[in-house]
Design a binder for this molecule. Structure first.
Ligand SMILES: NC(=O)c1ccc[n+]([C@@H]2O[C@H](COP(=O)([O-])OP(=O)(O)OC[C@H]3O[C@@H](n4cnc5c(N)ncnc54)[C@H](OP(=O)(O)O)[C@@H]3O)[C@@H](O)[C@H]2O)c1
Length: 239
């Protein structure tokens, strides 16, 4: 059984793909035809590369790609350019998450598909009563108004919480929330928390992309870890 990765050409998605391949897993990726991916990936027998934009795929087509996958992960995010942040698609992550869930449900898998979504510590888990200061509420309100990718991340996680929920027979999910992303060469010690332990706005922590990829890969491959975090929104910080 393979893992299907969305956003595999991105900085974190590449690391997740590499880590799963290094552990001997079969991986399928869906990347845009123009996406930049390592040249040696095309020679890896455990990797299937599908060159299609997620924004142009129907749920029927996606159901075909996902039918032999027991696990899926999404590291999609808006490119940090004016067009990426303010242009279309405004709901890249939310629409993709909806499409992925629709495709999985079309296949009616006998065992629920495990789906891990990369999100942000700037988003609250509204299933929990996460305390947010007055100042942070104001800033988040402004981000919702002026920074479409923030709302997109919030809506994507809300879709899993509210529409897929905790008892869906086809899908189990976890939303991974890193704080400010950094690039490091190696996996280092990191902490996993049910909720943020610091303010993502006024006292942000750091999370290296390689640690995010490591934790997402562990959720995909480690049944005990999955049982602990499924249906939740773990927050990850470098120690
Ligand atoms: N920056 C931070 O400090 C921070 C902190 C916490 C959370 N996050 C969240 O982390 C996530 C991933 O971060 P990252 O730095 O690893 O991302 P990234 O390197 O920017 O990768 C983004 C991925 O999304 C794809 N993508 C972008 N626009 C697309 C479109 N219109 N259609 C199809 N695919 C598209 C990219 O494909 P191409 O390669 O084809 O462009 C790429 O695979 C984002 O959701 C971000 O909000 C960021």
């Amino acid at each position: 059984m393979a893992t299907l990765i969305f956003g595999a050409s991105g900085e974190t998605g590449k690391l997740l793909t590499e880590q799963l391949l290094a552990s001997g897993r079969k991986v399928k990726i869906i990347v845009r035809p123009v996406s930049n991916i390592p040249e040696n990936w095309s020679r890896n027998e455990n990797l299937t590369i599908i060159k299609r934009s997620i924004t142009e795929i129907s749920s029927d087509e996606l159901a075909g790609y996902i039918s032999n996958c027991q696990t899926a992960a999404c590291c999609l995010g808006h490119n940090l350019t004016l067009k990426g942040v303010f242009g279309k698609p405004k709901r890249l992550v939310t629409d993709s998450v909806k499409l992925i869930c629709e495709a999985i449900q079309k296949n009616s898998p006998s065992v629920p598909v495990r789906f891990v979504l990369m999100n942000t510590a700037g988003n609250s888990n509204r299933d929990l009563n996460e305390p947010v200061s007055f100042g942070q509420k104001i800033v988040i309100g402004l981000l919702r108004l002026f920074l479409p990718p923030h709302t997109d991340n919030e809506m994507a996680a809300d879709y899993l919480r509210e529409n897929i929920g905790q008892k869906n027979p086809c899908i189990e999910w976890a939303v991974v929330r890193p704080d400010n992303l950094t690039n490091e060469e190696r996996v280092s010690e990191y902490s996993i928390n049910k909720s943020p332990t610091r303010s993502a706005i006024f006292n942000a922590g750091k999370t290296s992309r390689i640690n995010v990829a490591h934790f997402m890969a562990a959720l995909i491959t480690d049944d005990e870890l999955w049982k602990k975090w499924k249906g939740q929104m773990p927050v990850i910080y470098n120690v």
